[in-house]
Ligand binder design. Structure first.
Ligand SMILES: C[S@@+](CC[C@H](N)C(=O)[O-])C[C@H]1O[C@@H](n2cnc3c(N)ncnc32)[C@H](O)[C@@H]1O
Length: 287
């Protein structure tokens, strides 16, 4: 039996199960670049905003429910389906991006505390969901690629949150600073490699939060890190140490990174209150 259901959320009784036959039949979606429209830009202005304050930075974000009423009218069934899930996942259909996961906050706090500078950097927010990690770096001057599995997640929460954080800026500013891709990591990598054909086009920083829960997908994440991170770059991966009921864990992931990715991995933050969470710092050996 193959189970989904996150450790932390297990306590809240959330769990979804899929047997091995459904796992074998999973059909992962192809990657594609998505573009926000002018009308989305206008409509975001009218949505109520919530705030996350961190040091001198304030990140605005919208609630999914508000946003779905505006942007999700044509696909409200998808939203209802995600709300009715016992877990936060519907494997290969919906991978949890509509909600903001706790490791996102931990990673933003860590980046702020370490005073890491992003101005002029190329950043990839991998499995971005609401996109707060990328937005944090964008507000410090980074150009950011936001990647999520679901078109709905990008259109309902990632776009609106980015637009909410760029008041007074134009669509051209947005296009210069941000790109958006939906679809599976393996396909995203293939698509990216069509244009990322030299070291200077790779990412200075890759950020990813709560994406290692499915060990079947670890190889895809490792390939993305290995192929798209600059030799001098750094990646931060924030996650629960182990996802009970799902199987993915950080020890397994860091072993694969070291073996397959030829990368140095260190734990740069750890918290054992409640479900244990960590942040991995990943760099190329001799990078
Ligand atoms: C648990 S959510 C975390 C979202 C966000 N990073 C956060 O911390 O709030 C996992 C994210 O990884 C993305 N994801 C999971 N599996 C993926 C895959 N195979 N390909 C691309 N994205 C994937 C999902 O779309 C989702 O947004």
């Amino acid at each position: 039996m193959f189970k989904f259901g996150f450790s932390n959320d297990q306590e809240e009784g959330s769990e979804c199960q899929a047997d091995d036959s459904s796992k074998a039949a999973l059909n992962w979606l192809d990657s594609e670049e998505l573009y926000p429209t002018k009308s989305q830009w206008e409509e975001v202005k009218n949505l109520p905003k919530y705030r996350f304050d961190i040091k001198e930075c304030t990140i605005d974000f919208v609630s999914v429910k508000d946003s779905v009423n505006v942007f999700g009218k044509e696909n409200v069934d998808f939203f209802k389906q995600t709300e009715q899930l016992n877990s936060d996942l519907l494997p290969a259909k919906y991978e949890g991006g509509l909600k903001i996961w706790e490791c996102t906050y931990a990673l933003i706090e860590h980046l702020a505390k370490e005073d890491i500078k992003f101005e002029g950097k190329q950043v990839l927010d991998l499995g971005c969901g609401a996109g707060l990690l990328g937005i944090f770096t964008m507000l410090d001057g980074a150009s950011v690629t936001f990647q999520d599995y679901n078109t709905e997640v990008i259109e309902w929460v990632t776009f609106p949150n980015i637009l909410a954080n760029l008041p007074g800026k134009s669509m051209q500013d947005l296009e210069k600073r941000c790109r958006f891709f939906k679809g599976d990591w393996a396909s995203f990598l293939d698509l990216s490699l069509k244009e990322i054909d030299s070291e200077d086009k790779k990412y200075d920083v890759i950020l990813s939060s709560e994406t290692i829960y499915n060990s079947d997908n670890h190889w895809k994440l490792v390939r993305v890190l290995k192929s798209l991170l600059k030799k001098s770059g750094v990646a931060f991966i924030a996650a629960k140490t182990f996802y009970f009921g799902v199987g993915g864990g950080l020890r397994q992931f860091e072993k694969l990174l070291a073996e397959e990715g030829n990368m140095d991995v260190s734990v740069c933050w750890k918290c054992s209150d409640g479900v244990q969470r960590e942040i991995l710092k990943v760099q190329f050996k001799n990078g």
